[in-house]
Design a protein around this ligand. Structure first.
Ligand code: NAI
Length: 345
């Protein structure tokens, strides 16, 4: 029986994600928390005839929402408006993340904590440092969800393959959902730190000239398309709820000891330094300073058992160049989050 707490449940992501979690056979209790009371959402969802028992909490009820939670999912915070970068959200969202994590570390310190709020590159360090400040190393169970980048990569690659010259020879049946065998994404969750990795290199040769570069650009800046289309009313919510749920499902399956084989690479943005193969990753990335990176992980009981660095053995010169460009920005982003907590001590 697994209790999941969703912090930020009344928001654009929180509402559709609540629905997906209510439909999940892996969830027995679903605690919805938001400073804007999610009571209506909870009562509405509770009429659906699935197992998960929904309860709602607001403002001072955070401890009650968290008590007994095995998984905590956090989309709480403000989203982007046109012209804003994810980093522009730091000031507001870092404080929210710190306050929520202060309560998580005291109430359910063993829970797996999954962070959606942006900037993910800096807020995962805020969460890990908050745990550390309270004497707990959470690096095997605090993760940033970067699955939307992977989902976008699979979708956009499917589009490109169907529209490429391959179509003209009659093979236009690229199933976007099967693209996880073809493409993965590592690095971070913002602009150039998002590094798509082509797992089947011949795919690149099948593209028209310039198509590869424009595909990479679309994956890295796909979020901007949604921000622009929503005209000031926020960023990705439905695609994020879907992607977030896909990742949460991996965690829940692993808690139920179900096999994750055949699901392809599962990346998450984590502090890899103390994890099995962490040194291996530092060596492959040729950086002693980098502590946080989105990389495929192996899970046991909902926690990171080890990281899988084999994806880096398969990268092209161009992909290596993109990783090289991402690293300094990732270091700066992580330091910003660490400093936010360390300077307060
Ligand atoms: P939203 O503004 O619609 O919802 C955020 C919710 O958080 C609101 O209901 C608000 O009341 C709540 N909230 C604020 N402070 C809180 C606190 N202290 N405790 C509990 N709840 C609190 O925003 P939306 O669209 O749901 O986005 C949420 C976050 O997710 C943003 O930071 C956004 O940038 C990020 N995001 C992350 C993505 C990813 O790939 N990881 C993709 C898309 C968005």
């Amino acid at each position: 029986m697994v209790k999941v707490a969703l912090l930020g449940a009344s928001g654009g992501i929180g509402q559709p994600l609540s629905l997906l979690l209510k439909l999940s056979p892996y969830v027995s209790k679903l605690a919805l928390y938001d400073i804007v009371d999610p009571q209506g959402i909870s009562v509405d969802l509770s009429h659906i005839n699935t197992t998960a028992e929904c309860t709602s909490y607001s403002k001072d009820d955070l401890v009650d929402a968290l008590r007994g939670s095995r998984v905590v999912v956090i989309p709480a915070g403000v989203p982007r408006k046109p012209g804003m970068t994810r980093d522009d959200l730091f000031k507001i969202n870092a404080g929210i993340m710190r306050n929520l994590c202060e309560c998580i570390v005291k109430t359910c310190p063993n829970a797996t904590v999954l962070i959606i709020s942006n900037p993910v590159n800096s807020l995962v360090p805020v969460a890990i440092e908050t745990f550390k400040k309270n004497g707990i190393d959470g690096s095997n169970r605090i993760m940033g969800i970067t699955t939307l980048d992977l989902v976008r990569a699979e979708t956009f690659l499917g589009d490109y393959m169907n529209n490429s010259r391959v179509t003209t020879v009659g093979s236009n049946q690229f199933d976007k959902r099967r693209m996880h065998k073809v493409i993965s994404v590592i690095g971070g969750h913002s602009g150039h730190t998002i590094v798509p990795i082509m797992l089947l290199k011949p795919m690149v040769y099948m593209m028209k000239p310039g198509q590869y570069d424009s595909l990479i650009n679309r994956i890295q800046f796909g979020g901007d398309e949604v921000v622009k289309a929503k005209q000031g009313k926020g960023s990705a919510t439905y695609s994020m709820a879907y992607s977030g749920y896909k990742f949460i499902e991996y965690i829940l399956k692993s808690i139920q000891r179900e096999s994750l084989e055949g699901l392809g690479y599962i990346p998450a943005y984590i502090n890899f330094t103390k994890l099995t193969n962490g040194n291996d990753l530092s060596k492959k990335l040729n950086s002693n300073e980098l502590e946080y990176f989105s990389i495929p992980i192996n899970l046991t009981n909902g926690r990171i058992e080890s990281i899988d660095t084999t994806i880096l053995d398969k990268i092209s010169e161009k992909e290596k160049e993109m990783v090289g460009k991402a690293i300094p920005e990732l270091i700066t982003n992580a330091k910003k989050g660490q400093r936010f907590i360390r300077n307060e001590a």
